[in-house]
Design a protein around this ligand. Structure first.
Ligand SMILES: [Zn+2]
Length: 343
C-alpha cells in the first residue's frame, strides 16, 4: 500500500539537527507529524515547519483555501526547549489565526517543565550572569504565556481589528508531568532510570514519555504515540538511553536522532588536549553516534528505524548507512516529507 494512503502515518516534516543552518543544507528544521485519519499531531516545530505542513498536504485544505493547513492540527508535543525544536512554534500560533485555527478545538501544547536551575558552568572559570535571572529556565507552559506576551501587539490587533479569537480560546499549554522523584537534580547526568508514563489520551492517540539524556538540557523527553494501527516513538535529542529503549519496546517505528562524529572530530582534531577531549566528549555524549543507533533499535525490538535530526544536516545519505549495523529491521534514512505508514 502507498504509505500516503495509510490511515495512520508518520510524516517527516523537517529532518535537520540544529541549531545552526548548515552550509549547503537541504533539510528543514526538525519537526514530524503523526497523522491519524483526518487529524495530525506535531512533534517539535523547527524552522520551516508551517511551510512543510503545507507541502506535506496534512490538511485536505492545505493548498486550496485559507482554512488550511492548520485546521486539522490536534496537538503539539515538544521534546525539549532547544531553539532548533521550537523556533517556529510562534509561526504556527500566529499563522493559525488565518489558516485554520477557527476549525480546531483548543489545541493542547505539551512539553517539558521548568528546569529549576541554570546548568552548571561547563569547564573552568567564573560563571556568567544568567539571562533573565528571575526566571532563567521557563518550562513549556510559561514559555507559551511569554510568547503570547511577546506577540501581544499582534494578537490584540487580530482580536480587535480582524475579530479573531483570543489565544486562550485556541490552545492551552501544559508541562509534561514527569514524576517529581526524577526531576530533583536537573544537573544530574545521566538521567535517572525510570518507567515510561502516560500523560495524554484522546480518541485517537495515547502519548507516553520518558526522560532521555541530552545533558545539560533537562528535562529532555522522548515520546511514544500508541494508536489503533500501531505505535511510533520519537527519541528527541539524546545520547544512548536505556529509558528510551524501554519506552520503545516493540514499537512499529522508532524515529531516532543521529550524529556523525566526523563533525565534532573536525572541530577538535586529534591529538586533543585534555580540555579539547572534554569538549569533544560533551558534544557527542548528548547525541547518538551512527555506529550506536542500530543496536538501540535492535534492543528496543522495533520493526523500522527512521533516522532524523541529522547532525550535521548537510551530509550525503552514504554517511548515515552505517546505522544499519546491528539492526535486523528496516532502516529508513529520513528525508523531508517522507511518509511512513503505521500498521
Ligand atoms: Zn536538536
Amino acid at each position: 500500500m502507498d504509505p500516503g494512503n495509510a490511515r495512520t502515518r508518520l510524516v517527516l516534516l523537517g529532518t535537520s539537527g540544529g541549531p545552526p543552518y548548515w552550509p549547503g543544507e537541504y533539510r528543514a528544521g526538525i519537526a514530524s507529524a503523526v497523522v491519524v485519519g483526518d487529524r495530525y499531531y506535531l512533534v517539535d516545530a523547527g524552522h520551516g515547519v508551517v511551510r512543510q505542513i503545507r507541502e506535506a498536504e496534512l490538511s485536505p485544505r492545505s493548498n486550496t483555501d485559507m482554512d488550511g493547513p492548520l485546521d486539522t492540527l490536534a496537538g503539539i508535543f515538544l521534546t525539549h526547549l532547544h531553539s532548533d525544536h521550537i523556533v517556529d512554534l510562534n509561526n504556527i500560533l500566529t499563522v493559525g489565526l488565518f489558516n485554520g485555527f477557527h476549525h480546531v478545538e483548543r489545541i493542547p501544547i505539551w512539553g517539558p517543565g521548568n528546569r529549576g536551575a541554570v546548568p552548571e558552568l561547563f569547564g573552568p572559570g567564573k560563571a556568567p550572569k544568567p539571562v533573565n535571572p528571575r526566571n532563567p529556565t521557563p518550562g513549556t507552559k510559561e514559555m507559551l504565556d511569554l510568547m503570547v506576551q511577546t506577540y501581544a501587539t499582534d494578537f490584540n490587533d487580530r482580536l480587535f481589528d480582524n475579530r479573531k479569537p483570543a489565544p486562550d480560546q485556541l490552545w492551552e499549554a501544559f508541562d509534561v508531568p514527569v514524576p517529581k522523584q526524577y526531576t530533583k537534580d536537573p544537573n544530574g547526568n545521566p538521567h535517572p532510570a525510570m518507567e515510561p508514563f502516560t500523560f495524554f489520551e484522546d480518541d485517537r492517540i495515547r502519548v507516553s514519555a520518558t526522560l532521555v539524556d541530552h545533558a545539560p538540557v533537562f528535562p529532555a523527553l522522548a515520546y511514544r504515540f500508541d494508536t489503533d494501527d500501531g505505535s511510533v516513538v520519537f527519541s528527541g535529542d539524546t545520547g544512548p538511553s536505556k529509558n528510551l529503549i524501554k519506552l520503545a519496546q516493540g514499537a512499529d517505528v522508532l524515529v531516532h536522532e543521529v550524529i556523525d562524529k566526523s563533525w565534532p572530530e573536525s572541530l577538535f582534531p586529534e591529538p586533543r588536549t585534555e580540555a579539547q577531549e572534554g569538549l569533544y566528549r560533551h558534544l557527542i555524549e548528548a547525541h547518538t553516534l551512527i555506529e550506536d543507533v542500530g543496536g538501540i533499535a535492535q534492543q528496543a525490538g522495533v520493526n523500522t528505524l527512521v533516522l532524523s535530526h541529522f547532525a550535521p544536516g548537510n551530509r550525503p545519505d552514504e554517511v548515515w548507512e552505517g546505522a544499519a549495523a546491528g539492526f535486523d529491521g528496516r532502516l529508513v534514512i529520513g528525508h523531508d516529507l517522507d511518509v511512513i505508514g503505521i500498521g
